[in-house]
Design a protein. Structure first.
Lengths: 66, 244
C-alpha cells in the first residue's frame, strides 16, 4: 500500500479536486451507458415479442432461420 | 467463420456465450486496474498524484481509437460484402466509442488544469481527439437521419470510413506538431518507456475496458438485431393482411 492513512488517500497530495472527479465521471458515464444499453435491449425484446404475436406465427422470420 | 457470422441467429448465440465472460473481464479488470492505480502505484516525480488520472485517461483514449478502428473495419465489411451483422456491430459500437472519447476529453481537462494551468488548449492531440468525438456524434446522427435503414447504414458506413483518416492523425499528432501533450510512452517502436509499477495497472485497466466494450456490444447488437427483426415481422404481417 502506498498510502499512510485514509486521510492521505482522500487528499491525493492536494489534488483531490481533480483526481476524484475524474474517477467519478468515468464511473458514472460507464455505468450510465451500460444501464441505457440494458434498457434499450429490454425495449427491443418487448418490440420483438409484440411483432411476433401480431404476425401470429412462431416469430422467427424465414430469413433469419439458421 | 466470417460467413457463418452473417447469420443473425448464430451471431446471437455466440454473443450469449461471450456475454458473461466479457462482463467478468470488465468488472474484474476495471476494479483491479483502477484499484491498483489508486492504492499501490507510485506518484510521478513531476506530476505528483495527478498522474493517477492517467489510469482512466489513457485507456479511455485507446478505447476511443480502438472502437473507431473496429467500427471502420465493420463498416468496410458491411459495404463490400453486404454483411448484415457487421453493419449492426458498427452501429452498436459508436455510442461506446463516443463515451470513451468523452471520458478521455473530460479527464484530460481535469489533468490539464493542475499540470498545464488550462482546462483546454487548441493543440494537435487535443483537437484531433475532439474531432474524433464529433465524428462519432455525426455517425450516430446519420443513422437517425434516414427512414430507410439500408440507406442510413450505407451513408453511416461511408462516413465511418472517411473519418478513419483521423486515427493516424491522432496517433502521430504528438510527433508531427509541437504540442503540449506528452509524446507516446507505451506504444513506441522501442517498447514501453514507463515503469512496470505504472504500466501494469494501466494495461489491466485497458483490458477491463476492452471487456466492457465487448460486453456492451453483446447487449447492443442483440437489441439492434431484435428491432430489425421486429420491423421485418411487422412489414410481413402488413403485407399478409393486404393479401387477404
Amino acid at each position: 500500500m502506498y498510502w499512510a492513512s485514509l486521510g492521505d488517500f482522500l487528499a491525493m497530495g492536494g489534488h483531490a479536486a481533480y483526481i476524484w472527479p475524474a474517477f467519478a465521471i468515468a464511473l458514472a458515464v460507464l455505468l450510465g451507458l451500460a444501464l441505457l444499453s440494458r434498457i434499450r435491449l429490454k425495449t427491443a425484446e418487448r418490440e420483438h415479442a409484440e411483432a411476433r404475436r401480431e404476425a401470429g406465427r412462431d416469430g422467427t422470420p424465414d430469413e433469419v432461420r439458421p | 467463420m466470417f460467413h457463418a457470422l452473417a447469420n443473425p441467429a448464430r451471431f446471437l448465440r455466440l454473443m450469449a456465450v461471450i456475454r458473461p465472460w466479457a462482463a467478468g473481464v470488465a468488472i474484474v479488470g476495471l476494479a483491479a486496474g483502477l484499484g491498483w492505480g489508486l492504492l499501490y502505484s507510485p506518484p510521478d516525480y513531476q506530476q505528483g498524484e495527478t498522474v493517477r488520472i492517467m489510469y482512466i485517461h489513457v485507456p479511455a483514449a485507446w478505447m476511443g481509437m480502438f472502437i473507431y478502428a473496429a467500427m471502420a473495419v465493420a463498416s468496410a465489411t458491411a459495404l463490400i460484402w453486404r454483411h448484415p451483422v457487421a453493419e449492426l456491430v458498427a452501429k452498436a459500437s459508436a455510442p461506446v466509442g463516443a463515451v470513451f472519447t468523452l471520458i478521455c476529453l473530460l479527464t484530460g481537462a481535469l489533468w490539464g488544469k493542475p499540470m498545464w494551468g488550462a482546462w483546454w488548449v487548441w493543440d494537435a492531440r487535443l483537437t484531433s481527439m475532439l474531432i474524433l468525438f464529433f465524428i462519432y456524434l455525426g455517425y450516430m446522427a446519420l443513422w437517425e437521419a434516414f427512414d430507410d435503414p439500408a440507406r442510413a447504414g450505407r451513408a453511416a458506413a461511408i462516413l465511418a470510413l472517411v473519418g478513419a483518416v483521423n486515427l493516424p492523425i491522432i496517433k502521430f499528432s504528438v510527433d508531427w506538431w509541437n504540442t503540449m501533450h506528452q509524446p507516446a510512452s507505451v506504444l513506441t517502436l522501442a517498447g514501453p518507456k514507463i515503469h512496470p509499477d505504472i504500466l501494469w495497472p494501466l494495461l489491466i485497466t485497458a483490458l477491463g475496458a476492452k471487456g466492457y466494450y465487448v460486453w456492451l456490444l453483446t447487449l447492443r447488437v442483440r437489441a439492434e438485431i431484435l428491432s430489425r427483426q421486429a420491423r421485418i415481422l411487422r412489414f410481413a404481417a402488413a403485407t399478409d393482411r393486404r393479401a387477404d
